[in-house]
Write a protein of this length. Structure first.
Length: 151
């Protein structure tokens, strides 16, 4: 009878010590891994408030061409159409945030990631993009092209 009591107590102590050591080891691993993961994760960038941006000179942008311009933290696509009209949209696809480009052979804005297409009003016309591109206002002052947010 004494021997059974002794082995039960020894087993309970051993289980308790294994439990405590496991939790301590897990805590140590977390305390080492958390700073490493926090260091590798890029910091959040706050939104830069920009009202308007000088995109380029009119002479730098040929007909049926485009240019990607940084508008704060976001890319904007500026397009000069066949009719010599200037339009600007967010250059980030609404599907998976890929950068779009202008395809003059189709006359559309095209996302190479999943073949999404937008017309020159920013409306999605084919592919997986769920919504249209955000539109920006284009202001022409003498030879300078400015882009600003829509009101």
């Amino acid at each position: 009878m004494k021997q059974d009591f002794y082995t039960d107590t020894k087993t309970n102590r051993r289980d308790f010590l294994n439990y405590i050591l496991s939790i301590s080891g897990l805590g140590f691993i977390v305390s080492v891994l958390y700073p490493i993961i926090a260091y590798l994760k890029p910091p959040r960038q706050s939104e830069v408030e920009v009202s308007n941006v000088l995109a380029c000179k009119l002479s730098e942008l040929e007909k049926e061409s485009y240019k990607i311009i940084r508008f704060g933290n976001k890319p904007v696509i500026l397009i000069r159409t066949v009719e010599d009209k200037l339009v600007a949209f967010s250059a980030t696809c609404t599907h998976l945030d890929c950068t779009v480009q202008y395809r003059k052979d189709f006359g559309t804005i095209w996302c190479a990631c999943h073949n999404g297409k937008y017309d020159l009003t920013g409306r999605n016309i084919s592919g997986p993009p769920p919504k249209p591109l955000d539109k920006y206002k284009v202001i022409l002052k003498c030879e300078d092209i400015y882009i600003s947010k829509m009101a």
